[in-house]
Design a protein around this ligand. Structure first.
Ligand code: XUL
Ligand code: CO
Length: 438
């Protein structure tokens, strides 16, 4: 099967504003509208992900795929790969999204040996290069799929098999090279199975050292190539492994510090991974931003009633607003963006559902951006936070923060001050103010 359009009935999605009832129009995302000094396009840096959009079939642990994906109907897998890429660029262009993201193995199928697999990948990268050129769509980041093939059942960088480690290194080398070729703004490491199923057969310390070696090798290769894109680690606590070493932002930070990698990586924070770790999306972003590690975002959401990574499209306005507030307060995304690492629900079977899903996610984040800009301009929440810490701006506070106060000084102060209580935290007031912006 071949076609010049894979979404024939869908036009370029226009901005029609909040009053529109056209389901194929944006009500809030207006790419050229300036908010807090920059256009929405520049602030939000949306990306469509290849894997869920083009390759996710709707299969789950209880049933086979059921999505209607005409681009997958072909005489052979390379024809399907070409069609899927054409469909991808049509989707991205019609949405007016500036970026896309991919795993090596979702754009090109694997063959029996690595050199043949690399040749197929090169063929698809040639195709992607042509499509990037003709559409102006750019690559936010690329990555290697180090978790789907059976060889990676015990991990990649943390595999108990040294042959698998070498294969993973070769795959990462190639994935960085093709990302560089496509002018990618970044490269992501998500440790798909870098963890364990049981500690009874696992050497956790050795795994950590091996994983760090893979990261160092990647940094060295990046430098040799002259690739200037940003490296990211994408934290996730578990699934498919019982435990993953890139558990959350704070444990990734510790890993980067311990292994002397912190200057070479930032984090790609994913909403549903945050909630799987028992945190909020807001928490993970705030931790990353507060430690100069916020690089990019995988925008999605989980279902609080399900314990797995449902990767739903983000539609929760308050959640998105907290995210955009952290982004704006930390100075905005530079190399990173908002990648919809999100998939259609199993019962959303039509190609047009991809449009409804992305339009909803984009409008949610556009509204979140406008609300966050208003919260910042207002300054009321900031002021309440500042007041809560005001005592630290005293001479005593400064002497503690700059390390000049001793235990003896603090004891002298405590004996005199005889502190019994502190001021109200005003949580309800703060929550009321926040609700006032919606
Ligand atoms: C898996 C996940 C990945 C990464 C890229 O949960 O989020 O798709 O974003 O490997
Ligand atoms: Co992700």
């Amino acid at each position: 099967m071949s076609a010049t359009s894979w979404f024939q009935d869908v036009p370029n999605i226009p901005f029609e504003g909040p009053g529109s009832d056209n389901p194929l129009a944006f009500t809030h995302y207006n790419a050229d509208e300036v908010v807090a000094g920059q256009t929405m396009r520049e602030h939000l840096r949306f990306a469509v992900c290849y894997w869920h959009s083009m390759r996710g079939t709707g299969a789950d642990p209880f049933g086979v795929g059921c999505r209607n994906m005409p681009w997958s109907e072909a005489d052979n897998d390379m024809q399907a790969a070409h069609q899927a890429m054409d469909a991808m660029f049509e989707l991205v262009t019609k949405l007016g999204v500036p970026f896309w993201c991919f795993h090596d193995r979702d754009i090109a199928p694997e063959r029996n040996d690595l050199s043949e697999t690399n040749a197929k990948l090169d063929e698809m990268i040639d195709h992607a290069e042509r499509l990037q050129e003709s559409t102006g769509v750019r690559l936010l980041w690329g990555t290697a799929c180090l978790f789907a093939h059976p060889r990676y059942m015990g991990g990649a960088g943390t595999s108990p098999s040294v042959d698998v480690f070498a294969h993973a290194a070769a795959q990462v080398k190639k994935a960085i090279e093709v990302t560089h070729r496509l002018g990618g703004a970044g490269y992501v490491f998500w440790g798909g199975r870098e963890g364990y199923d049981t500690l009874l057969n696992t050497d956790m310390r050795r795994d950590g050292e091996h994983l760090a070696r893979l990261m160092h090798l990647a940094v060295e290769h990046k430098q040799a190539l002259g690739f200037e894109g940003q490296f990211y680690i994408e934290p996730k606590p578990c699934e498919p492994s019982t435990h993953q070493y890139d558990y959350d932002a704070q444990s990734c930070h510790a890993f980067l510090l311990k292994h002397d990698l912190v200057d070479h990586f930032k984090l790609n924070i994913e909403a549903n991974h945050a909630t799987l770790a028992g945190h909020t999306f807001h928490h993970e972003l705030d931790y990353a931003a507060g430690h100069d590690l916020l690089g990019s975002i995988d925008a999605n959401r989980g279902d609080p009633l399900l314990g797995w990574d449902t990767d739903q499209f983000p539609t929760d306005l308050q959640d998105a607003t907290m995210a955009m507030l952290v982004v704006l307060q930390s100075g905005g995304l530079t190399t990173g963006g908002l990648n919809f690492d999100a998939k259609l629900r199993r019962q959303s079977t039509d190609p047009v559902d991809l449009f409804y899903a992305h339009i909803g996610g984009m409008d949610t984040f556009a509204r979140a951006l406008k609300i966050s800009a208003q919260i910042m301009a207002d300054g009321r929440l900031d002021e309440l936070k500042r007041l809560r810490y005001a005592s630290w701006d005293s001479a005593l506070g400064r002497s503690i923060e700059d390390g000049t106060a001793s235990m003896v000084d603090l004891e002298a102060h405590a004996l005199k001050a005889n502190v019994q209580a502190i001021d109200s935290g005003r949580q309800e007031l703060i929550e009321n103010i926040l609700n006032g912006y919606f």
